[in-house]
Each structure stands twice: as C-alpha cells, then as structure tokens.
Design a protein around this ligand. Structure first.
Ligand code: SF4
Ligand code: SF4
Length: 466
C-alpha cells in the first residue's frame, strides 16, 4: 500500500517538475492520494525548534532593537533607541518545518518535497467552525473599538502612541526606498478603493464616496436564471480565482461577526450595520513569502499593502460580475464585519494563536476580503486541519513578536483592551502593544508573527513557484 502511494507520489511529482500540473493541482492530487499521515504527525514533524514550553522562552533578537524582558507580566512596550533598524538579513534558506539550513532555495525545495511532503495535513470538513467550542457569550462588536478606529478618537491611546519614538533614522535612504515600495503597493487601494480625499487605503468602504468599494453600483434589471445554486457556487469560485483570489469560500452571513456599528475614521460617521444579504463570498489573497519573511522591514509591509490593493480590485470585480447577472452584491474590505470568523466559517482555514486565520495553503500569510450577495448559492463547510491543537504547543509567533503582544499562556476570555472582542476563549492579541510597535518601527507595520509561523512556509506553500 505504502509502495503504491510512493509510486503515485513520484508520478505527480514528476508532473509537477515537468510543468504538467501547477502547485495547487499537485497539492490537490497529493491530498486525494491520502498522503497525509494525519495532523498529529505533521504537528510533531513541523514543531519549530526551540519552541518554548513556558512563558520565559528565548526571544528572537532583531538588530537595532533593545532586548526586552521576556516575561509578559513585566513587559510593557520596547524602549526607544536611536539605533536604526536593519531588517534581519537572511542569507540562507532554512526549513521552518525542521530547522535545517540550505544555501540555495532549490535545495530547500528538494528537502521539503523529499522529507515533508508526505506529511501533508489531513483536512477534514466539519459541520461547525473549530472556534465554535470556544465561544462563551459572543456579542456583536463595535468597529469604533478596533485599534485603527481608536487612533481617530481615543485621546488616551493617542497620547501613548504620540510618546513613542521611532527606532529608525528617517533620513536613511533605505527608509525612503522602503516607503516608496509600500506607496506603490497600496496605490490602487489608496487612489481607487474609496474616492474620499483623505482615504489612505487599508479600510474599505466609506459611505457616499464611491470607488472600488462602492455599494451603490447599478444592478442589471434582467436576472440571470440560476437553476443549480451548487453549480453557480462553483462558477463564483472559478471567477473569484480568475480575478486573482487565491482562496474562495462561501458562507451564510452570521450576524454575530458583522460590526454592530460602523465607524469611519475619516468622516467620523458611525451607525448601525445592516446587511440584509444571505451569503458572503470570502476571498483570500496571498502575501508573498519572499517579502513577508523580511518583516519588520518595509518589504513585508509592501506585501501587505499590495494584498490590500488586490482586495479592492478583486472584490469590486466579483461584485460587478454578480451585479451584471442581476443580483445585488456588496464588495467589502475590512469594513462591515470581521473577516476572520467569516472566512473560517467559509472553510478557508482555522483561527491561530496569533489572532489570524491559518489556511492549509498559506498559514496566516493571506489577507481577506468579501462580497455580500443574495445570489442563490450553496455555502461551504468549515475545515479542521489540526490548528487548534497545533497552536497549543507551538509558540513561534509569540516568540517572534517584538512587542510581546501574543500570549504564551493558555486560552483566556480576558481582554487586553477594549479592542478585543469579549465572549471568546482564545489567545487574545494585545493590539495596543502591537500597534505601538508599528510606530516605534517608523510607522512600518510588522508581520513577524506571520513570518515566524511554520505554516507560512511549509510543505504545502508556494515552494514550487519559481
Ligand atoms: S504584527 Fe504585532 S503581534 Fe505580530 S509580531 Fe508584529 S508586533 Fe507582534
Ligand atoms: S499561529 Fe503561532 S502558535 Fe499557531 S502555528 Fe502559527 S506560530 Fe505556531
């Protein structure tokens, strides 16, 4: 049996190397082959080396940063220093699955294929999202309390942020080049996501200003007849991928995950969120590993920014397609509701310790956006590939966080601030500390936790891309 499986694996590997199938098809075929030896085995095979078993694990050091206390009980935020930040240089490739190092990426690919590919995780469809057992008394959340909204109104937090000194020297030419890289990446969202004059990208729909996230676009009065909603759902996924999404899933709109009230930091407008749509199509957009792994430098920030530009384009394109078929559709970025629980419900992944969704394809290395619609569709089932158990023993993200914003200990219902939604037993991220670090980092957002997660680069990631 094992011999036959190995032979099949060799065949599909050959096809991959000959370019007869792409990476995604390879993963699908390998999954169908049942090459997984189960989530528990990949968990032990891929456990990062040096994962702390206690809260006092060693911390990754970044050049230019002062050492910070490792105890989350004593640590507040990193102290400012005038030493410029130099993003850590990675001269060798290392397998995040087992820690082995290689001088060339081709060698690491071969290693991953030969050593780890057979350990593909088992992905099971389940009836309820795996976070469901951790919901205690969840209520709708107010967008005004997100950390990005609080920057606009929370004077106490504004003062704390204002006191933070950047670590970087602003005149450094590399800082200028890094900023340019980010500016180019966010350009589409910045200029076309919303037409509000102060919209800088990153937020999504701003009422009454139009742009790619426009809600008011005309719907074709002539309806396309949908006789088979399952077929239409497959078509929607095809079209979503054609427009550029890497992941597409459908779920029913669960109002618990919609904001109770919206808040627009540029206009100060706020009001109840009413979404009378039955379905939401969740779209995942990969953030490229070759940039993300350079966090906390501007390259990683640019990878995030570029995904935001793609979010605006892809969700707007899909909404347009649906409207042209005679059905209402609302493209949405970070506005309207929380993308993570909706995407998990749509079968795109599971919730991880770092507060983001991990997909089997990219780990936490994707951004999410969505399209609400009443087009008749069939929702997908959520998936379970073992992340709840994995994160209980892995602390790589917490260890890599320069702000000590990610919890080392067990799940809790405690909140670190009003920016955590109450009623969920989980690892709440201290987003106040996280955002503060971004300021200290010269206003450059950080993705250390994403880069450190072993699922960001594993046997199932884009290791086959050239
Ligand atoms: S993004 Fe925030 S939570 Fe993640 S590592 Fe950086 S500072 Fe920590
Ligand atoms: S989210 Fe954090 S704890 Fe979970 S697998 Fe990724 S790095 Fe490990």
């Amino acid at each position: 049996m094992v011999g036959a499986m190995n032979q099949k694996l060799a065949e599909i590997l050959k096809k991959l190397h000959n370019g007869e199938i792409n990476r995604r098809e390879f993963i699908r075929l390998a999954g169908l082959l049942g090459l997984s030896v189960g989530a528990s085995e990949i968990l032990s095979a891929c456990a990062p080396k040096g994962t702390p078993t206690s809260t006092s694990g060693a911390q990754i050091q970044y050049e230019g940063y002062k050492t910070v206390p490792t105890s989350p009980h004593t640590f507040l935020t990193p102290e400012a220093t005038n030493t410029p930040v130099t993003p850590p240089k990675i001269n060798t490739w290392f397998c995040q699955a087992c820690g082995e190092r290689f001088s060339k990426i081709e060698q690491m690919e071969a290693h991953l294929l030969n050593v780890h590919v057979r350990l593909l995780p088992e992905i099971n469809q389940v009836d309820e999202p795996t976070f469901s057992e951790y919901l205690v008394n969840v209520k709708r959340f107010d967008e005004k309390n997100t950390i990005f909204s609080r920057i606009a109104w929370d004077e106490e937090y504004q003062q704390r942020v204002g006191k933070v000194m950047p670590f970087v020297t602003q005149t450094d030419p590399s800082f200028m080049e890094g900023n340019a890289l980010v500016a180019g990446a966010i350009h589409v969202d910045d200029t076309a996501g919303s037409l509000h004059p102060y919209y800088p990208g990153y937020f999504g729909h701003i009422r009454e200003f139009g742009g790619l996230y426009n809600w008011e676009d005309e719907v074709n009065p002539k309806k396309y007849k949908i006789e088979d909603p399952a077929k239409m759902s497959e078509r929607i996924k095809q079209v979503g991928r054609f427009y550029g999404a890497d992941l597409v899933g459908i779920t029913k709109v669960d109002h618990r995950w919609l904001y109770e009230n919206y808040f627009e930091p540029f206009t100060g407008n706020a009001g109840p969120v009413e979404m009378n749509y039955k379905y939401v199509i969740m779209l995942g957009i990969e953030m490229k590993w070759d940039m993300i792994h350079l966090s906390p430098g501007p390259e990683a920030s640019a990878a995030t920014a570029l995904a935001y530009s793609h979010m605006a384009e892809i969700s707007a394109s899909l909404a347009k397609y649906i409207r042209m078929l005679g059905y209402e559709a609302i493209p949405s970025g970070n506005d309207s509701g929380q993308n993570i629980p909706l995407a998990i419900s749509a079968g795109l992944g599971e919730l991880g310790r770092l507060g983001l969704m991990l997909s089997p394809e990219f780990g936490p290395r994707q951004r999410l956006c969505k399209v609400f619609t009443n087009m008749p569709l069939v929702p997908d089932k959520p998936i379970d590939f073992g992340i709840q158990q994995y994160c209980e023993t892995c602390h790589a993200c917490a260890q890599a966080c320069p702000a000590r914003a990610i919890r080392f200990e067990e799940r809790t219902t405690e909140q670190t601030s009003i920016s955590n939604r109450p009623g969920i037993l989980r690892w709440p991220v201290d987003v106040e500390k996280c955002y503060m670090f971004w300021q200290e980092n010269g206003g450059i957002d950080c993705a250390n936790c994403v880069a450190a997660c072993p699922w960001s680069l594993s046997p199932r990631r884009n290791i086959f891309d050239t």
